[in-house]
Design a protein. Sequence first.
Length: 319
Amino acid sequence: MNSERPALYEMFDDRFRSGRCMNGDDGLEVLYTGCRWAEGPVYVPAWRQVVWSDIPNDRMLRWDEETGAVGVFRRSAGHTNGNTLDREGRLITCEQGNRRVTRTEHDGTVTVLADRWQGKRLNSPNDAAVKSDGSIWFSDPDFGITSDYEGHRAQSEIGSNNVYRVDPGTGEVRLVADCFGAPNGLVFSADERRLFVSDTRAGFIRVFDVREDGTLSDGDVFAEAGAREAARFDNLRFDDGGRLWAAAMDDGVHCYDPDGTLIGRLNVPEAVANISWGGAKRNRLFITAETSLYSVVMGVTGTHPSGPGHRPWLDAESR
C-alpha cells in the first residue's frame, strides 16, 4: 500500500467500526475514467448495469456488471444529472439542459413528467426520489442555467431554487419546500416519514417531516459541513442500519449516525458527486467522482432507491 495515500476508511466515532461500516474492500475499484463531470449513478438490477451521467459531455454511460464493459447509454441526453428507479423499475432522470424530469419506459420511449411549475419553466432538475405512493420528488437548483458548461445559460423564470412533488395520479407539480441556496440530493427515510435534502450552497442537510397529504414541515438542520471546509453536500443514500451516507465533494463520502453525528467517511481521490447502492446484495457502493466511476463492496447494505416495499422481482437475486 502506498503510505502517502490515505486509508479508504476514516473513523470519527466508534459506531463507524461497530456498525460494520469499515468491513469490506480495502480500496476503491476504478470501473471507468474519462468523464468531464460524472454524476447520477443508479444500479438497474434487471440489466445488471450501472447507468450514470457525464454532464458536460451530454451523455449517459452504462457499466455492465458481468463483463465490465462500458458503453454509451444515451448521447445528446439533455445534460442529465441525477437518476433513480421508480416502483416498476423504470429510469427516472433529471435533465438539467432540457430543464425537465423524465421517465424512460420499458420500450425505450421517454415520457416528460415535469418541466414547468405554475406555467414557468423549471431551473435545472438535479436529483429525484420516488415515494411508495408513486409520487416523484425532485430538487431544482440553478446549476444547469448558470453557464453553458452543464446545460444552457438562461435566467430563472421561477426566481428561486426549490423542491417539488409530482402527483402520481394527476401529474400536478407542487412546490413542497423552498428557502434553499441550492437544493441537491434528496432521499426518504425507510418509513417515509422524513425527507432529507442537501443544500450545497448553505453547507448543510435538512430534514423535513412528511405529512399524509404530501406536504412537508418547515425542516430542521440534520448535519452541517461545519469546520470541514472541503465538504459540500451533494446526493444522499441510506443503509439498512439507518445511517445516512452523503457525497461530500472534496471531503469524500460522509457517514452519519441516525442522531446526526458524523461517525466516519470514505476517502476518495477525486471530488465525490454522487453515490448509489447496487450489486446482488446491495452492498456495493458505486461512486461518481469528477472523471470516474468507482465501487467498493462494503460490510453494510444499502436501501433500494425506490424505497420500502419495492417489487421483489426487480431484485437481481430473485431472478
